[in-house]
Ligand binder design. Structure first.
Ligand SMILES: [Zn+2]
Length: 262
């Protein structure tokens, strides 16, 4: 079995082989009004070495009878043409695939922000702010002695941040502060709606794309250009060597004689 597949985490296209894919079918209890159903779990390990993330999909479908030729017996198997329910278990919903260079700690915080946004906008805003701080520290390589306060960390990187993004980042920081310090204002309820939390998370996703993904792309391009130049130089050198080898030896001697006779 081999099929083209796009990893939902790293976004790379790859060809899946048997060793990257596992398929397990299980029986479900058959006393419900749904009758006899099976569940199929398909798990895929991303073949991209720098990713290797696990994708898990589940499908529930009725069974079909498959006759055995000649033997008179028959067996049942899941009928994948009649799936009644399907769900991707991993990656979790709304958690976007992130560029491979995003550090693990930031990935975790991002995922938590997305997952909690349905339940608590304030908690999601606080997580998004935390995620922003992780990104700023990592991406702009904020020196240890400058770390501590997000405002100061942002000021350190200000010149490198697009003015448009700068404004949005300040909003995220302020709303995130409200979420982060909600325990200090117990009498005061300032809510952040799930929709508002979603906007903050989208800004984080923009930073992943405009900072991390763009930097990866530039590095990849740079490498491709360097390889191209190396290739051309090698080709040029081979051509010169071939030309030199093609000149008969006496021709070279004759050249020297001519030069000395001048
Ligand atoms: Zn992947």
């Amino acid at each position: 079995m081999s099929q083209n597949w796009r990893c939902p985490y790293c976004g790379y296209f790859s060809t899946l082989t048997e060793k990257n894919v596992s398929v397990t079918d299980g029986d479900l209890n058959r006393l419900s009004k749904s009758g006899q159903l099976k569940i199929r779990i398909v798990s895929i390990s991303c073949p991209n070495d720098s990713c290797k993330s696990l994708t898990v999909e589940s499908s529930i479908a009725p069974v079909k009878t498959v006759g055995r030729m000649g033997s008179g017996g028959s067996t049942t198997e899941i009928d994948m043409s009649a799936v009644v329910w399907r769900k991707t278990l991993l990656p979790e919903a709304n958690v976007k695939p992130l560029p491979v260079s995003v550090p693990e700690e930031i990935r975790i915080t991002y995922r938590e922000a997305v997952l909690i946004s349905e339940i608590s906008g304030r908690a999601a805003a606080a997580m998004a702010r935390r995620c922003l701080q992780g990104i700023v520290r990592d991406f702009f390589d904020i020196p240890q002695e400058k770390r501590g306060n997000l405002g100061a960390e942002l000021a350190f990187a200000r010149e490198k941040i697009d003015p448009d993004l700068w404004e949005d980042i300040q909003t995220l920081r302020s709303v995130g502060d409200i979420g982060a310090h909600m325990d200090k204002n117990v009498d005061q309820i300032i809510d952040v709606s799930p929709q508002e939390a979603r906007s903050l998370i989208e800004l984080i996703e923009t930073l992943f794309a405009e900072w991390y993904a763009a930097r990866e792309k530039r590095a990849k391009n740079k490498l491709a250009l360097k390889e191209m130049l190396d290739d051309k130089r090698q080709a040029q050198k081979s051509a010169k060597d071939a030309a030199r080898a093609a000149i008969p030896e006496d021709a070279g001697n004759k050249g020297t004689e001519n030069a000395s006779s001048d």
